[in-house]
Design a protein around this ligand. Structure first.
Ligand code: BJW
Ligand code: ZN
Length: 255
């Protein structure tokens, strides 16, 4: 990065810090980018591909019923990538931020559990959890951390039918309490941070617009601009694992 660009980023970081330190209620939306520096592959872009399948081809109920084993193999590959992963400085900065802020809600599209591991508590998992298996017949929900799994697809211990990952695929409805909780957090916040998401998957993609329509300050942190960037108040372009600790650390010396 050249000197002018670096100075510009530093000024924006100082401005973001100012907004954050003055906020008593912060809402955060995260996507796959925040876990990239923990070695967890993102969905889109060059490293997001798995055996030349796009997420839109695998993350659907239709794909699952056509070939449950193939879809499970994708999840097994991802469980393998996540099992040794540790939170990175971006995750830890958000955990510190929750400790320092009177009201704080972390809405995540990620299913990897790294925010919990870093110490965040008030988390809304919009798209479910990688370590839970749900029976396709009786709905029984089981925690399962086996990598590899004993059998693919796994079988329900209660009724013997096949299990599916307890996640939200395309064309599936996100539970109403998840949407309500997210909207409430956005309505009540002073500042919203949107971190490491391409902003193309709904309804998460519209959460920033909802915040803007409610007059909130929205700060985006991403390696690249997204379709919604022009709507937001501040765009911090770079790695979330590098930018978030700067927001938090200097935050402390401010108070
Ligand atoms: C970094 C970085 C670093 C990298 N630092 N940054 C309205 C209009 C059009 C379509 C729809 C609509 N409403 C609903 C739809 C349909 C559909 C949809 O959105 N389609 C679009 C593709 C157009 N949505 C749905 O079907 C949703 N359901 C729904 O709306 O129900 C109601 C309904 C039903 C039926 C009909 C109509 C309405 C459900 C969506 C569920 C998405 N599920 C997945 C899989 C979850 C489980 C799993 O993980 O396997 O969720 S798909 C996948 O995409 C996953 C992710 O959570 C999600 C978002 O991806 P994310 O996190 O943004 O990752 P990437 O890879 O895309 O981006 C990474 C970003 O990080 C990039 O920007 C990088 O630059 C950045 N980055 N390193 C900072 N170090
Ligand atoms: Zn069952």
């Amino acid at each position: 990065m050249n000197e002018i660009a670096t100075n510009e980023l530093e000024e924006k970081i100082a401005e973001a810090r100012h907004k954050i330190v003055g906020a008593s209620n912060i809402a955060v939306l995260t996507g796959a980018g925040i876990s990239a520096e923990s070695g967890v592959p993102t969905f889109r872009g060059q490293e997001g591909l798995w055996q030349n399948f796009r997420p839109e081809e695998l993350a659907t109920p239709e794909a699952f019923w056509k070939d449950p084993k193939l879809v499970w193999e994708w999840y097994e590959w991802r469980r393998n990538a996540v099992k040794e992963a540790k939170p990175n400085p971006g995750h830890y900065a958000l955990a510190e931020l929750e400790n320092e802020t009177p009201q704080f809600t972390l809405i995540t599209q990620n299913i990897d559990g790294l925010h919990q591991m870093a110490g965040n508590r008030n988390i809304i998992e919009m798209h479910g959890n990688l370590w839970q298996v749900r029976c396709t017949k009786c709905g029984d929900l089981e925690e399962n951390h086996d990598v590899p799994m004993a059998e693919l697809p796994p079988r329900c211990p209660k009724c013997g039918e096949i299990g599916r990952p307890n996640v939200v695929w395309f064309n599936e409805i996100i539970p109403m309490e998840v949407i309500d909780g997210s909207l409430k957090a956005i309505e009540e916040c002073d500042v919203m941070l949107i971190i490491g998401t391409s902003g193309i998957v709904e309804p998460a993609a519209s959460m920033g617009l909802v915040a803007k329509q409610a007059g909130k300050c929205v700060i985006e942190i991403n390696l690249e601009p997204t379709p919604s960037s022009p709507l937001y108040d501040l765009i911090l372009q770079g790695k979330s694992g590098e930018i978030l600790p700067l927001l938090y650390t200097t935050n402390r010396t401010y108070s």
